[in-house]
Design a protein around this ligand. Structure first.
Ligand code: ASP
Ligand code: MG
Length: 411
């Protein structure tokens, strides 16, 4: 008998029919002889609706009450799923974060899980019940309701799977059925991967792949939770396993690159000709991080005659704020000017095969050059190479790279 955690995302719960389908799937899994714990998101669009309502009442909203309100979407869907299971004649019970008890720190809206006491879940499973847990929510040591950041139900599912020692954590989606070599809407021949390693998935999540919350992948990696992304549309089909590199190696070894992605939500800012002396980068990036702006790439040139240029990228959402800060501090830094570009994209190729193979970067640059695409910035990690290019080239570049690295070919 296996213990399976199944997470149902918001789009898989967007109507009463879909809720019934999820309940029936839980029952099928249980009848096949497994113990099942469901983790549910709010019904599609509900969390956004709640956020917007809060903003209408108070902007910026009170952080404690914001979590009281936004966590309620999951309360509704957990109750509904449990009821739908009961309507099918099976026993089920729903638990909220504080009932489980998912103890978090007190950073409202983005709380970290400190501890999970799964006694009530185990008791209920012991009585033969299907347990339905509201995702996304926890409770701090003072008893206040907290939430785990957008997409946080993935984290709830992975964390519960870790604590319960589950055999698998299945994440059901209905907009995707796995992780692909590229966005199938952009690359016609994109192929679903059978397996990716946690590390690759982390890079893919941080690159804007919406498949899995980044923090959930980090957690899965830390505790070795085998995660599978599956489709509610075709639940019998194998999805993509996100697992440890070692166990994925057989397949990964043949593959240099697992995927090509791009992110158009990028912009870049350059402080030109700043004096090359200690404290300049520190001053600029402290001001930027004080505003909670996340900087992605940073490039500083070799200095000539005591001056250098500093270029960095931020999401387009933060562009105006970051540009404003840079322009305000430019005089103090001794910069001769600030230039910026809002129409850029970040292209990345990801693959653990890069650790052991050379020539991947040069191949990427060759492909871009052959398409006449100019590279504006480059950054690399052990398993990723990213190039910033003009936004208008991003889709062309993804297709060319996908083809050059043979990603569409059946393995
Ligand atoms: N409902 C929350 C959100 O929309 C959590 C989740 O869906 O994972 O971010
Ligand atoms: Mg979601």
């Amino acid at each position: 008998m296996a213990l399976i955690v199944q997470k149902y995302g918001g789009t898989s719960l967007s109507s009463v029919e879909k809720i019934r389908w999820a309940a029936a799937h839980l029952v099928r899994t249980k009848e096949a002889g497994n113990d099942v714990v469901a983790v549910v998101s709010a019904m599609a669009g509900e969390t956004d609706r709640l956020y917007e309502m809060c903003l209408e009442v108070m902007d910026p909203p009170d952080s404690r009450e914001l979590d009281v309100i936004t966590s309620s979407g999951e309360q509704v869907s957990s109750g509904l799923i449990s009821m739908a299971v009961r309507a099918l004649g099976h026993d089920a019970v729903s638990f909220q974060g504080h009932q489980v008890r998912i103890l978090t720190d007190d950073s409202y809206s983005n709380a970290r899980i400190m501890d999970i006491d799964a006694v009530r879940i185990r008791e209920a499973m012991g009585c033969g019940k299907i347990v339905v847990v509201a995702g996304f929510q926890g409770v701090d040591s003072g008893g206040n309701i907290t939430t785990l950041g957008r997409g946080g139900s993935d984290l709830t599912a992975v964390a519960l799977a870790a604590v319960l020692g589950a055999d698998a954590c299945e994440l059901y989606k209905d907009d995707v059925d796995g992780v692909y070599t590229a966005d199938p809407e952009v690359v016609a021949g994109a192929r679903k991967l059978r397996r990716v390693s946690y590390e690759e998935m982390l890079e893919l999540s941080s690159l804007g792949s919406r498949v899995l919350q980044g923090r959930a992948v980090e957690f899965a990696k830390k505790f070795g939770v085998p995660v599978q992304i599956r489709s509610t549309i075709e639940p019998e089909r194998e999805g993509t396993w996100v697992i440890e590199e070692r166990s994925a190696m057989g397949e990964l070894e043949q593959m240099l690159i697992s995927g090509v992605t791009f992110d158009n939500n990028q912009s870049k800012i350059t402080a030109i000709k700043v004096p090359d002396r200690p404290g300049i980068a520190s001053r600029l990036f402290t001001l930027i991080s004080d505003e909670d702006i996340v900087v992605d790439m940073i490039v500083q040139n070799v200095s000539t005659e005591g001056y250098t240029d500093i270029t960095f990228t931020v999401s387009r959402t933060d562009f105006k704020k970051a540009l404003g800060i840079t322009e305000r501090v430019a005089g103090e830094l001794g910069a001769s000017g600030v230039v910026s570009d809002k129409k850029i994209a970040k292209l990345s190729i990801v693959g653990v095969g890069m650790k052991t193979h050379s020539g991947v970067a040069s191949e990427m640059f060759r492909v871009l050059a052959a398409e006449g695409i100019n590279i504006l910035m480059i950054s690399t990690s052990e398993i990723k190479i990213s190039c910033v290019v003009g936004e208008k080239y991003s889709e062309l570049a993804v297709r060319a790279l996908h083809k050059a690295f043979g990603l569409g070919e059946a393995k």
